[in-house]
Design a protein around this ligand. Sequence first.
Ligand code: PRP
Length: 211
Amino acid sequence: MKMLNVALPKGRLGEKVYAMFEKAGFECHSIKENNRKLIFENEAVGVRYFWVKPSDVAIYVERGAADIGVAGKDILLEYEPDVYELFDLDIGKCRMAVAAKKDFRDNPNHTLRVATKFSNIAQSYYASKGRDIDIIHLNGSIEIAPILDLSDVIVDIVETGTTLKENDLEVFETIVPISARLIANKSAFKFKGDIIEKIVGSMAAQTEVSK
Ligand code: PRP
């Protein structure tokens, strides 16, 4: 039997995603063992799971190391991987937003300094508004940038808003809502289309029920 290779985002979201695959008939009980293994398979149902860093899922899928996977819309917008986006799982919901210190007032005569991990999203957002910006690319703890006057604003993910609140920042604009998406490698979608369609069908039914 052809195995279906699935890249799951490591972490809390990944556990929810695995539960949806399990309900779709692709269980792999060994994945629940408490160990540090990263690859699990169940030959009987023809599935192999990999736990990967959430921001790397799209790379595995684009290059065909995984047939399908689940990635955040933030990553898909930022890196534009050459994959099919099949389905919105309606979980892992958050938004991409512009945030700044509460007393921040934009001065259109100055270049806006934007700190972010999502440089491409920020570039195209401000390009669409015709606003001149200077991108400061950071890899984490973005919220510190405006506090230390490294930047005027940040472009980052906001989920509960707690991180912003605890650092005295607030949302100024929402750029785009984000959620987890099922993605497929383009050639795997040709050769394993039946099985992938079955998964999409089951996930669609599961998200309908939870609405
Ligand atoms: C994101 C984001 C914020 C935080 C927002 O970080 O960069 O720091 O979550 O969540 P909140 O609104 O619920 O407080 P994430 O946990 O994904 O980790 P990282 O940016 O450090 O990789």
